[in-house]
Design a protein around this ligand. Structure first.
Ligand code: 2M8
Length: 421
C-alpha cells in the first residue's frame, strides 16, 4: 500500500535528521541552515515536539556573543561538500563568534515565531524543559543584534541585509541592480551544489563571483557591522518576519509572566515603517529599498507579499489584489517567487520564478488569517497533494507543479505535515 503523504514526509524528516538537527537536504545542503530549521521545527512540532525543541536548540547553541544567529552551522565532517564552508569563514578565529563553526552571515528572523508555535504545541513539556525561558532570552538578544547592528540608515525602524544569501531568496530580481555595482571575486569558486541540481536551476558563475566578493569583504572586516556597506537593502520579507517574530516574543514574554508591550510596540513600528518606506504605490506591492542609492527596487516579488502576515498591515486589500493578479496567482497555479508577467521570470530558476513551499505556506497562513478563504484554498493542494506526488522538491514550476531543484527537501516535508495535520 502506498504510504500517506504524512508518512512520506515523516520518512524524509527521519533521513535528513542527524541526531541534533535536520539538514535541508542530504547532498546539496549537508549542514544546518538558520531559517530552514525554524520552518522544519514548525512541522516537527506536529510529529514530535521534543525533537522540534532540539532542532531550534541546536541552532540557538551556535549564537554569537553579539547575539547573531548564523546563516549556517557547519558540520565539520562535511566541509568539502558545500561551499563556502567552515574553512572559508574561519569563524572560530573571530572574538564574537559562537562556540560552533558557522557562517558570519544571517538569515530571515522567523525563529521567535517558530519558537512560539513549538511552545504552543506542548506548553507543559516546553516549560518543564526550560525551553520557553531560555529561547526567549536568547531570541531577545538576536533581535537586539538586528536592531542595533543592522539598523537601516534610512529608516531606523527597519533592518538591512548585507548579502543576497541573508535574504533567503538569493538570486531574486530584487538584488540585480545592487549586485550590478559589485565587482566579481577573483577567487576560484568551488560549486559542489551543481552535482545535486540542474545548471538552469541554480545561480550562475557570475552571481557566485559577486556573492563571494561580498562574503570575502564581510569576512575581511571580521564580520563586524560598522563601516561602509557596499550592499545594504531593507527587504520586505525579512522585516515582516522580524515584526511577526516581535509579536511572538510578546506572547512568550506574557506566558513567562513578563511585560510584552515593548515587543508589541516594536512589531507595530516595523509595520508602520514597511508602509512608509517600502511600499511601491505604482506596483501595488512592498519592495526592497536599496540604501546605497536610496531607491525602491521596482520589482514585484513574493518577498513583497509576505507583509500580509501582519494583522492590520496597510494596503492589505491592494496587496491581495496584486497576489490574485497577473503577476502571481492570475497566471500561475501557485505563488511564484517573482512576477510571472515580467521579462526576467524563469519558472525553473531558483528564486526567479519557481513556487517555494515556505513562501506559499506563509501566504496560506496570511490568507487564512485575513479570511480570504477562496485564495487560500487554491494554495492548499500544493501541500496536501503536489508535494508528495513529486517527491517533496525544493521548489516547483508555479504554473503546473513540475518539481525543480533538489528532492526530499526538509522544509517542504515539514510544512506539508503542518498543513495536513
Ligand atoms: C538556499 O541558499 C543557500 C545559501 O544560503 C544556497 O543556495 O547554497 C536558499 O534557498 C536559502 O533560502 C535556504 O535557506 C538554503 C538552504 O535550504 O538554500
Amino acid at each position: 500500500m502506498a504510504s500517506s503523504p504524512v508518512d512520506a514526509a515523516r520518512a524524509i524528516l527521519e533521513t535528513n535528521w542527524t541526531g541534533g538537527h535536520t539538514v535541508p537536504a542530504t547532498g546539496l545542503y549537508p549542514h544546518q541552515w538558520s531559517w530552514d530549521s525554524a520552518f522544519i521545527a514548525i512541522g516537527l512540532r506536529r510529529l514530535d515536539p521534543v525533537r522540534a525543541r532540539t532542532e531550534l536548540g541546536s541552532l540557538f547553541a551556535a549564537q554569537w556573543s553579539d547575539g547573531r544567529l548564523p546563516q549556517i552551522v557547519y558540520d565539520p565532517s562535511r566541509d568539502d561538500d558545500y561551499a563556502p564552508g567552515d574553512a572559508f569563514w574561519r569563524s572560530r578565529e573571530l572574538p564574537e563568534a559562537g562556540p560552533l563553526p558557522s557562517s558570519g552571515l544571517i538569515q530571515p528572523p522567523n525563529h521567535a515565531w517558530a519558537a512560539w508555535l513549538v511552545h504552543e504545541a506542548d506548553p507543559v513539556g516546553s516549560e518543564a524543559s526550560g525551553f520557553l525561558a531560555s529561547a526567549y532570552s536568547l531570541l531577545v538578544r538576536w533581535h537586539d543584534y538586528l536592531a542595533e547592528r543592522r539598523r537601516s540608515r534610512r529608516d531606523r525602524r527597519l533592518v538591512v541585509i548585507r548579502h543576497p544569501w541573508e535574504a533567503g531568496t538569493d538570486n531574486s530580481p530584487l538584488w540585480d541592480a545592487a549586485l550590478a555595482r559589485i565587482p566579481a571575486s577573483s577567487t576560484s569558486i568551488p560549486r559542489p551544489d551543481l552535482d545535486h541540481a540542474g545548471l538552469g536551476e541554480r545561480p550562475g558563475a557570475r552571481e557566485y563571483a559577486k556573492y563571494y566578493w561580498l562574503a570575502e569583504r564581510y569576512r575581511a572586516g571580521g564580520c563586524r557591522d560598522g563601516g561602509d556597506r557596499p550592499f545594504a537593502l531593507a527587504c520586505p520579507q525579512f522585516n515582516a518576519l522580524l515584526a511577526v517574530s516581535e509579536l511572538a516574543l510578546a506572547r512568550m514574554a506574557e506566558e513567562l509572566g513578563r511585560d510584552g508591550s515593548e515587543h508589541r510596540r516594536r512589531g507595530r513600528e516595523i509595520a508602520e515603517a514597511l508602509d512608509e518606506t517600502l511600499w511601491h504605490e505604482e506596483l501595488g506591492i512592498f519592495t526592497a529599498r536599496d540604501e546605497v542609492d536610496d531607491e525602491l527596487v521596482p520589482r514585484r516579488t513574493v518577498n513583497g507579499l509576505i507583509p500580509l502576515l501582519l494583522p492590520g498591515i496597510s494596503h492589505a486589500e491592494r496587496l491581495t489584489d496584486t497576489l490574485a493578479g497577473p503577476a502571481f496567482l492570475g497566471s500561475c497555479r501557485f505563488v511564484p517567487s517573482s512576477d510571472a508577467s515580467a521579462p526576467e521570470f524563469d519558472p525553473a530558476l531558483y528564486w526567479r520564478g519557481p513556487a517555494w513551499f515556505n513562501t506559499n505556506w506563509m501566504l496560506l497562513r496570511a490568507l487564512w488569517g485575513a479570511g480570504c478563504e477562496d485564495l487560500a484554498e487554491r494554495l492548499v493542494p500544493l501541500f496536501t497533494e503536489v508535494a508528495a506526488e513529486v517527491g517533496f522538491p525544493e521548489y516547483v514550476d508555479p504554473r503546473d507543479g513540475t518539481p525543480r531543484g533538489t528532492r526530499s527537501f526538509s522544509w517542504t516535508a515539514a510544512l506539508a505535515v503542518d498543513v495536513i495535520m
